[in-house]
Design a binder for this molecule. Sequence first.
Ligand code: ZN
Length: 409
Amino acid sequence: MSKVVERFLKYVKYHTTSDENSNTFPSTEGQLIFARELAKELKELGLSEVEVDENGYVTALLPANTDKKIPTIGFIAHMDTSPDMCGKDVKPQIIENYDGNDIMLNKEKGIILSTSEFPELKNYIGKTLITTDGTTLLGADDKAGIAEIITAIEYLINHPEIEHGNVKIAFTPDEEIGRGVDKFNVKKFACDFAYTVDGGELGTIEYENFNAASAKIKIHGRNVHPGTAKGKMKNSILIGIELQNMLPELERPEHTEGYQGFYHLNNFQGTVEETSMYYIIRDFDKQAFSDKKEYIKSIVEALNKKYGEGTVELELKDQYYNMREVIEKHMHIVETAMEAMRSLGIEPKVVPIRGGTDGARLSFMGLPTPNLFTGGHNFHGKYEFIPIHAMEKAVEVIVKIVELYGKKG
Ligand SMILES: [Zn+2]
């Protein structure tokens, strides 16, 4: 088994689901345990300045092996997995020499990774895939990124003939709940630019992402015995349904793709007395993004007019912005990554990220950070899988980027 696969299979066993209801940093203890384990491994590899800081950030340095003037490059991946799906007791399955048919993930529960739902599976006939057992996510997002970065660094250590500048790595907590870089010290990281290794399919490179906001909604109803409720009861659940129905039906994740934005109702819990709803709002275009936020505000206003002031409370919060405007000023970062891929026989695919990454926020904090592929598919759910050869290619791309900048120096 290759080193990157061995590492990956080890890392997915750590339970590092993040928790948006937690107030600690990192949000869950499991991430700290994993962070310490990673730091130990980095020290054993011989990296310098290995550190887990009080917030759980793991950082390390591979010092330059030449006096040439070469920019300091960072590689970043996140340690947590999405709270959208269980990330505990992950039991990866290895499908060797994949035959192109549906994959039975879990016989007992009848959970199938089907080629009709996921036609991209057909691209991997004859390859080896790692899947879940249908009861958890896999955690390729982003433990594949961590495994790939460490394996690339190990390769550079074992191949001192490759000239390179300082290479820094950082593993961050809580990316999935939008706090991944809240306490990240960009100045101390001291890189000229960086890459997150947190993308999808082999060959993808991303430097455009959504503008993102969250909308927390609380609806206050009035509960009265249903037998005597006439003219008195205010059912907050029904007001919530009304609110949802006022949003454009086609602007939902399940109806949008490419550069289209959406409103996504992520959580809806209610009783007659009180209902809470949680939305995420996404758009690539700055204006459309702000229009979407204005629209949800106007809906809340209308409902308050109808049901009484204070019935519906709205808390809108910007989460991150489209990094394109930052990266465009430093296009060599993207171009060099594409050059690295081509030299390895990989056709680079530039795709807009229908999400965000730590890199998006880092870019606005002064560290331009596009996103490289990990090779994984179907993140955040039980159908997540990753082809082994894509992980191996990701390792080669990281090494090649470092090498190319070393030559340019
Ligand atoms: Zn991720």
